[in-house]
Design a protein around this ligand. Structure first.
Ligand SMILES: [Zn+2]
Length: 499
């Protein structure tokens, strides 16, 4: 091993210690730090994350990467190190182009905009957020100009979350979805809706936790390499493949919420637990492509979890843990978990109307960065689109444009990745059925582990080393297409709603 390579490995190991502590502090803050302990945690987290940031951007690291990128050194590296060196060098070169003072200003603006957004949402007063949103838009565009000079801003933003993705591709995919799903959703909403009175009542929270574990075990989340914490907005976090944390919330009156959050976060978790352990604590490990990541959580949550056959082998067990479910037939349960409603809130939307929540946000983001629509006019644009796509209008901005926090921290270009995840899922479903046979039959026979194994081998193992485009090509053998997802929706909902 070359001297520089040895030095780099040691250096990255040291950096990973700071990252590890930062992650642990973050986890603790989100799942259990007492209120008065928070400030101490914030201090410690700032300390450790600053150290990690300094190490990740140091001249010393830059020089090591420079040396290892030279052909005579680079040629000696194994494939994993080749990926690590190339990726770290590319990211560093990009970051270096941002003047430090501008980056600091951005971080500060993010924090201020976050506070303003919370205040604006609580008061349902968009005007509080306006100057901050303007600032975030300007500064996000400015940073994109530094990292990727000469490139169209919104394409840079899309690429930040889903590498290789551009608006021409997203336009093609989303336009197709819009065209095909618009009439479908209209038909569904006009059809007879299920009776859901049996889902009302109080469902024991401790029993819900047992159900959550039953589901996590069932889909293949490892207890040896993961655990669950309690939080307000469920998320997944990982130290490395051997320690992956998912979180969940429990509402006494909404038993389905914790179940499907568990399956969703469990899907993210299974991904991270099954990345090649040789990639642990490096940029090759944890997957940073948001669409690909979301494709895994959504595959478990929607494609598998909202399939009746998923529940066949475990429905009796569910009734034992939560006795109220003994009064609900599997058919009634299946109807309820696929109940389509035109709701205002994205995070509460069903699988199919969810698409419109994302398309709406994507179109508004494009209007912001391409057409420079005035920030003051955005709520009106939002409401118009809600009316057009889902036939409803928010009564106030809190349940309209202010509902999500993403724009307050400058995460423009993030939303489309949620729907891209579902689009990929349609493609995986097609491929799995070709390679393993009917998913309905596999699930009904209690063979979900065969599906998990397929995902482990085809997708999870590669962690961050394959871009979304490469995943599609290698796994499905084709370019990304919305057609399989549309076909899946049509078949499923035509049957359920007897259209
Ligand atoms: Zn997710």
């Amino acid at each position: 091993m070359s001297e520089t390579l040895e030095k780099l490995k040691k250096y990255l190991e040291e950096k990973s210690q700071y990252d590890h502590v930062t992650t642990l502090l973050y986890w603790d803050m989100e799942t259990g730090t007492p209120k008065e302990g928070l400030a101490g945690h914030v201090d410690a987290m700032t300390y450790f994350s600053t150290k990690a940031f300094e190490m990740g951007t140091s001249k010393e690291l830059g020089e090591m990467l420079e040396t290892l990128s030279k052909p005579e050194e680079f040629g000696q590296l194994d494939d994993t190190m080749k990926f690590i060196v190339t990726r770290m060098k590319r990211d560093m070169d990009k970051e270096k182009r941002i003047p430090a003072e501008r980056y600091e200003a951005y971080v500060r603006a993010q924090a201020e905009a976050g506070n303003a957004w919370r205040e604006a949402k609580n008061a349902s007063d968009y005007s509080i957020f306006v100057p901050h949103l303007k600032n975030m838009i300007t500064m996000t565009a400015e940073l994109a100009g530094y990292t990727d000079p000469g490139k169209e801003v919104y394409d840079v933003l899309l690429d930040n979350y889903e590498e290789g993705m551009d608006s021409a591709t997203v336009d093609r995919l989303f336009d197709e979805l819009k065209k095909e799903l618009f009439p479908l959703v209209k038909q569904i909403l006009a059809a007879k809706q299920p009776e859901n009175g049996k889902f009302q009542g109080n469902f024991d929270v401790n029993a819900q936790k047992e159900v959550q574990w039953m589901l996590l075990d069932y889909i293949g989340f490892s207890r040896e390499k993961g655990t669950v914490g309690e939080t307000e907005h469920p998320f997944t976090l990982n130290f490395c493949s051997k320690d992956v944390r998912v979180s969940n919330h429990y509402y006494e009156k909404e038993p389905l919420s914790a179940m499907f959050s568990a399956i969703h976060e469990g899907g993210h978790g299974i991904f991270e637990q099954n990345v090649n352990p040789d990639y642990d604590n490096t940029v090759a490990g944890s997957c940073y492509y948001m669409g690909v990541h979301e494709s895994q959580s959504r595959f478990y949550e929607n494609i598998l979890g909202r399939n009746k056959n998923f529940w066949l082998p475990i429905y009796e067990k569910l009734g034992q843990l939560l006795p109220q479910f003994q009064e609900i037939s599997l058919d009634e349960f299946y109807r309820e978990i696929n109940h389509v409603k035109n709701s205002l809130i994205r995070t509460e939307a069903d699988e199919v109307t969810y698409c419109f929540h994302i398309i709406l946000r994507y179109e508004i983001e494009k209007a912001i960065f391409r057409e420079h629509v005035a920030v003051e006019d955005l709520p009106e644009l939002w409401n118009e689109k809600m009316k057009e796509y889902l036939g409803i209008v928010p009564a106030n901005d809190a349940e309209g444009i202010l509902q999500d926090m993403h724009w307050s921290d400058g995460s423009f270009g993030y939303f489309p990745s949620y729907l891209l995840g579902s689009i990929y899922d349609g493609m995986y479903l097609d491929t799995i059925e070709k390679e393993l046979g009917s998913v309905d039959e596999l699930l009904a026979a209690g063979k979900i582990s065969e599906i998990t194994k397929w995902l482990n081998e085809k997708i999870h193992w590669y962690g961050n080393t394959r871009t979304p485009k490469e995943v599609m090509e290698k796994v499905c053998g084709t370019e990304v297409s919305a057609e399989p997802l549309i076909r899946y929706f049509k078949k499923k909902y035509t049957e359920i709603y007897e259209l």
